[in-house]
Design a protein around this ligand. Structure first.
Ligand code: TRP
Length: 869
């Protein structure tokens, strides 16, 4: 094992050695001093991002690279409070927490008795490449004569670090061949949970798998179905976005846009992102990023004066004190997100108070801290090239870093604290090993004077302890118990932002019960009291269905009203359901209601038709009365009074039979309708036919030697009428016997209604009956046509011709109207045809005679009628 480590070390050293150094020696090309060092029996190392590295290191490999400028060079003209300090007091606090924890453990007699812990704390500059340098420095030592491997000193046992996942990945890869365990306090990327790739990685922060689950729950809880995602350009952002997409697939939530803040901040790209955020209808934006890259972005965002965005912060910045200033509140107030659970470290505040420039005159980090906190440089600092004014002692704490001192609810610091204790407890267990009962081959224990990192890893995997009431242990993947606080950014008393706990997410609860939210206590973006709505399309009310827009996400849809006959009774229905038979949709399309039953009843139309029919019948009867009264006048007698009476009687029946068509169809009324109608009309036309025959015969008989009249006496006439009607009666009888008409429900023609109608039973019979009437009428028409020019002042034949013309016209027009009219109008059309044809006959045949009888009685003489005057 040590040989492997040794050769690897050589390899790493060679990597750092330029080609021209050909001696087989460990020569470090540039020293990398730890920020803090303390010797001890067991040395652990910490890597913290004490500076934001804002400059890309020189990657040209043709010459020796200049030392990395973690704190960069400042361009005075650009100095503003965002960029002045690249020193991060927050990370510095984490580093100090590590020192505190180690010191606490060393002074604790029950934990690691008779042994001390040492530490080396390095700065990673919050960038993978510089993180890598720190990692190499950690295992190499700062200078070759101090290199643990070269000098044979106790090797490093474990590393507390790193912060960002991207850095942790690099560091873990470097440590992997040496099998040095690392415990990260802030690297949450789900990718680090892969034991095959990162076998020595542990963390005291939950994996982002849980965070994205929590965010997905949150989005669904507030019905935010249309959200944007902005992320940084690093593994953390990439994997978190991937996880979120995975969690959201199959839910109602859609992603409106996914944008990336470039690694090297670039105003133009940021401008594009801000423009998209401003114009998008998605008002909720999830940001997976850290304060380092978010600071310049938010500065540009605020310059643009964009508001109305509900931010969802990831754990990396949700408790970031940098944004707690009052100038941020109008833009960031109401932000919500899941933060690491807080803890309490009893001595932290007092400990931080002891870190003064006077106490650490040669430590540049402490001076930088002072500069960052108070905006001045401490006079005791030696050789400082700071552009800051010297401290007077009256400076006030700078707002954006004030939280350095606020140690009431440390989150990441607490993670660091737990991590140090985890190592201490593991070492404690390692020391407690009883010879012969150890976990290693042949039940051996680790040699206390020469502990290997992989032996510590074994104990780390199994460690379980209680710290300030909280259980700490690692699962197979090196992850810890998932639990978050739900944090809301509310306005504090001085207009600043306060991070208020408004719920929690406990991943160990059963599915569906992980998220607990105190809705009422939340402040929303823009100081709104109502939850902001962020949807692509408003939900569809009942009566509508969703129609997905082509080429757009599922959350964007149009609402289309249900077709009639179909309903949707809940909001956001995907489909409308058809109503059962005999039911139909209501106007709104929300309910199935029984179909309207329709038939020609005594409503306005029915009543009008009834009145007309009754009037017609009365008129006919009155004409009959007139004729009867004047039965002895020439005009009545000349024109075959008996047949006239018959015609009038049958016409009365014709009018009355229309009444049978009105009202709800029953089996009786259905049978009566067509039979009565056809028989009365046949009777009527037969009478007219008889009359025509008589007229024709009468005139032909005037020629000598013709005695047709003998064959057309009153008896014969009756026989003709009777037999013509009989044919119709027979047809009707056959119809009634074989397939009588019956009432039926028709829901085909008009799907929204049930039409009660009389089904004809046999349509052949129906058309036969009509056809027979038509035949009689045509015959009558033809005969009357021949007789129309016969002499005489009162030639009935021409009136008969005319009446038949009207009759035929009405019934010819009836056929298309009957076939095409819907529902109860079919029946109305039929009644109309009956009434119209009856009136036609009545007027054509009797109006002229009534006129002479009643108005011009002087013309009512035999001579006048014969045209002999
Ligand atoms: N949880 C984040 C991560 O794992 C926290 C973080 C720390 C971070 N430093 C960062 C994220 C820098 C992005 C950039 O990475």
């Amino acid at each position: 094992m040590s040989r492997l480590a040794h050769s690897l070390f050589h390899l790493l050293a060679l990597l750092l050695t330029p080609a021209w150094t050909l001696e087989e020696q460990c020569i470090l090309q540039s020293p990398f001093e730890p920020g803090f060092v303390a010797e001890g029996d067991f040395v652990i190392s910490g890597i913290f991002p004490l500076h934001y590295n804002m400059e890309m290191p020189d990657l040209n490999c043709t010459y020796k690279p200049p030392p990395v400028q973690c704190n960069g060079k400042q361009d005075i003209s650009e100095v503003n409070f965002f960029s002045l300090y690249r020193f991060d007091p927050r990370a510095f606090r984490w580093a100090l927490t590590m020192r505190l924890a180690v010191e606490e453990i060393n002074s604790n007699n029950s934990l690691l008795p008779n042994h001390t812990l040492g530490y080396k704390i390095f700065d990673s500059c919050a960038y993978p490449l510089t993180g890598q340098r720190a990692a190499l420095a950690v295992i190499n030592g700062a200078e070759e004569h101090r290199s643990p491997m070269c000098a044979g000193a106790a090797p490093l046992l474990a590393i507390i670090g790193e912060s960002g996942s991207a850095q942790s990945i690099v560091v873990s890869r470097i440590l992997q061949p040496l099998r040095i365990p690392m415990i990260s306090y802030f690297s949450s990327c789900a990718c680090l949970g892969d034991r095959t790739k990162f076998p020595t990685f542990f963390r005291v922060i939950p994996s982002d798998d849980y965070q994205v689950k929590a965010i997905a729950h949150l989005l669904q809880h507030f019905n935010w179905t249309w959200v944007g995602v902005v992320r940084g350009d690093h593994e953390y952002g990439r994997f978190a976005l991937q996880g979120l997409l995975r969690e959201l697939s199959g839910t109602r939530v859609c992603i409106a846009y996914q944008l990336m803040i470039p690694l090297l901040y670039n105003r133009q790209k940021a401008q594009e992102i801000i423009d998209i955020m401003r114009t998008s209808t998605a008002k909720v934006v999830v940001v997976f990023s850290a304060e380092g890259e978010l600071t310049p972005f938010l500065r540009d965002y605020m310059e643009q004066n964009v508001t109305g965005i509900q931010w969802i912060a990831s754990e990396a910045w949700v408790t970031s004190a940098v944004f707690a200033g009052s100038q941020y509140y109008p833009y960031l107030g109401g932000t919500i997100g899941f933060g690491i659970r807080k803890g309490y470290i009893p001595g932290l505040r007092d400990y931080l108070m002891t870190v003064l420039p006077q106490r650490y005159p040669s430590n540049p980090l402490v001076h930088e801290l002072w500069g960052a906190l108070y905006g001045c440089f401490s006079s005791s600092s030696t050789g400082s090239t700071s552009q800051l004014p010297p401290c007077t002692g009256h400076e006030t704490l700078r707002q954006q870093h004030a939280a350095y001192m606020n140690t009431s609810s440390p989150r990441i610091s607490y993670n660091v604290y737990k991590a140090v204790y985890a190592i201490a407890y593991s070492l404690h267990n390692l020391i407690q090993c009883e010879a012969g009962k150890g976990p290693f081959p042949n039940s051996s224990c680790a040699d206390i004077n020469n502990v290997y990192p992989w032996q510590l890893q074994h104990y780390l995997q199994d460690v379980s302890f209680n710290i300030l009431g909280e259980e700490v242990n690692f699962d197979d993947k090196g992850d810890s118990i998932p639990s978050y606080d739900l944090i809301n950014w509310q306005r504090g008393s001085e207009g600043n932002i306060e991070f208020i706990n408004v719920g929690m997410f406990d991943g160990s609860n059963e599915a569906g019960k992980e998220l607990i939210i105190q809705d009422g206590t939340i402040t929303w973006a823009g100081h709104q009291s109502k939850v902001l709505v962020s949807v692509c399309s408003d939900s569809c009310p009942p009566g509508y269905r969703k129609a997905v827009r082509l080429g757009e996400p599922l959350c964007c849809f149009d609402c289309i009203p249900c077709d009639s006959g179909k309903i949707s009774n809940e909001t956001d229905s995907i489909d409308c359901i058809s109503c059962p038979e005999d039911f139909w949709s209501n106007v709104d399309g929300t309910e199935c209601i029984p179909k309207v039953v329709e038939f020609l009843s005594h409503d306005a139309m029915g009543l009008t038709l009834t009145v007309i029919a009754v009037f017609g019948a009365c008129l006919t009867v009155s004409i009959l009365a007139v004729f009867f009264h004047f039965r002895n006048t020439p005009i009545v007698r000349v024109n075959n009074s008996e047949l006239s009476f018959f015609i009038l009687l049958s016409l009365t029946l014709c009018f009355l039979c229309a009444l049978v068509f009105i009202g709800e169809p029953t089996s009786w009324s259905c049978m009566l309708r067509h039979t009565i109608f056809s028989i009365t009309f046949s009777l009527c036309i037969s009478c007219i036919l008889g009359k025509t025959l008589v007229v024709l015969a009468a005139f032909t008989a005037t020629r000598p030697g013709n005695n047709v009249m003998k064959w057309l006496g009153p008896r014969q006439q009756r026989v003709i009428i009777f037999s013509c009607t009989l044919v119709q009666v027979v047809i009707c009888a056959a119809w009634l016997i074989s397939a009588p008409p019956f009432p039926s429900k028709n829901s085909q023609d008009q799907r929204s209604k049930i039409i009660l109608e009389c089904s004809v039973g046999s349509s052949l019979a129906f058309w036969c009956v009509l056809g027979y009437i038509g035949l009689l009428a045509c015959l009558c028409f033809v005969l009357a046509f021949f007789a129309r020019k016969l002499p005489g002042n009162f030639n009935e034949a021409k009136y008969i011709t005319f009446s038949m013309l009207i009759f035929c016209a009405v019934w010819l027009a009836f056929v298309p109207a009957y076939v095409s009219s819907p529902g109860k109008f079919t029946v109305a059309v039929e009644i109309f045809a009956i009434l119209a044809s009856a009136f036609g006959l009545l007027f054509c045949l009797f109006a002229p005679k009534c006129y002479i009888i009643l108005v011009k009685p002087e013309k009512n003489t035999r001579n006048h009628l014969m045209g002999r005057e």
